[in-house]
Design a protein around this ligand. Structure first.
Ligand code: ZN
Length: 379
């Protein structure tokens, strides 16, 4: 890790704000850190997940990504993907001309799915109370909230007046999210180098997402407007402050969790080991210029009494391991997968499945899960 990056690391260590840990997730949190550009090779290696890898390979093939699945003599399966490391990008570079999900942006109307079409449809399905319509307008997919149209703009979700400046913004990540626990990535030397460069560059020029869409979606453009929408909900015995939009989903999570804890001693132990649940917190994401999902009140952290010496957050793991992204799951503080599933069923993704892992963190991204299920159905 470069000196510049190392120099800023201590500022991310366990800063307490009240009882809340600042551990913020990356805004651009792909499950795997690549979009599609035949420059860098990422090796995903596993002993156990051949069928999953086969499915991923098929999906990638369908998306026009070159990939191959090879078996070697020791029965290790490898998925080799050619892709650029599209991580922490500040809105310029490798995603240009590509969607985050690998379809060419210049696909022509008629038969072929347009860039952003699936994502915009998933958004409309995920937030029917806010998104009133979607349409293909002025050469791009757009969705309407009230009187404002937001354009796909290569994943930036920009209002009309910002459309042409899309390069100044980081994209909203519509990463492919695995409904199973994904195999850990194994990066080759070139990919490691690029990752290091990307992280260092991001420290100098942190990514900035346009907040216009999210602020409108959640009617939370300012701190005051946000806090007017914050309510309290009980989750596993703790009161947590969240946006009104996720109060009902969290109530359902809570009911399902309590029912599961009654019959599953492991789940009961996990819940008993929690120290709190953190929700709304007005702040930017560490190392970025974007508002955290916590600052909209649509993310929560389950914080344990003790991590038991295990890793929970990629930024905290960085100083301990050059290959922090490959730290085995056994060495990470994990949320039981039955609990993860309960959250997913209510529209929450788990940060424990991200490349930039954040195992305490859940955030409300029903559109990501709609896309994940659609991918699963196509298999
Ligand atoms: Zn969090």
């Amino acid at each position: 890790m470069g000196l510049a990056l190392m120099a800023v690391l201590p500022s991310y260590q366990h800063q307490g704000i009240g009882s809340q840990l600042v551990h913020e997730e990356n805004p651009n949190t792909p499950l795997l850190p690549f979009s599609i550009n035949p420059a860098v090779r990422i090796l995903v290696s596993t002993m156990k997940h051949l069928s999953l890898l086969t499915a991923i390979g098929m999906l990638l093939s369908l998306s026009g990504i070159s990939c191959e699945i090879r078996s070697n003599p020791d029965a290790r399966s490898k998925l080799e993907v050619s892709g650029s490391l599209d991580i922490l990008s500040a809105g310029t570079g490798s995603t240009d001309g590509q969607t985050a999900r690998g379809r060419p942006a210049d696909a022509r109307p008629g038969g072929v799915e347009q860039a952003g079409e699936a994502e915009m449809k998933a958004l409309a399905q995920a937030y029917p109370n806010r998104i009133e319509e979607i349409a293909f307008r002025n050469e791009d997919w757009a969705l309407r909230i009230g009187d404002t149209w937001y354009f796909w703009a290569k994943g930036r979700l920009l209002p009309e007046e910002l459309r042409l400046q899309w390069e100044e913004y980081a994209s909203y990540r519509f990463y492919s999210y695995s409904l199973d626990l994904p195999p850990l990535p194994v990066l080759d030397e070139e990919s490691k180098l690029r990752l290091r460069e990307r992280l260092e560059r991001a420290e100098d020029n942190p990514p900035r997402r346009s907040e216009a869409f999210l602020a409108d979606l959640y009617r939370s453009a300012t701190r005051g407007k946000t806090e007017a929408r914050i309510g309290t909900v009980e989750l596993v015995g703790f009161d947590v402050r969240v946006h009104e939009q996720i109060v009902e989903p969290l109530r359902k999570v809570n009911r399902a969790l309590e029912a599961l804890a009654e019959i599953d001693p492991g789940v009961q132990r996990f819940v008993a080991g929690l120290n709190g649940v953190a929700g709304y917190n007005w702040r930017e994401i560490a190392g970025t210029r974007s508002r955290s999902y916590h600052s909209y009140g649509v993310a929560i952290d389950l914080t344990p009494k003790s991590f038991g010496g295990r890793h929970t957050y990629w930024r905290w793991a960085l100083p301990h391991s050059d290959e922090w992204y490959a730290i085995p799951y056994e060495q990470r503080w994990m949320v039981p997968l039955q609990i993860v599933k309960i959250f997913e069923e209510q529209g929450f993704v788990w940060g424990g499945k991200w490349f930039y892992f954040d195992t305490m963190h859940f955030e409300y991204r029903p559109e990501i899960l709609i896309l994940a299920k659609a991918s699963g159905d196509r298999r």
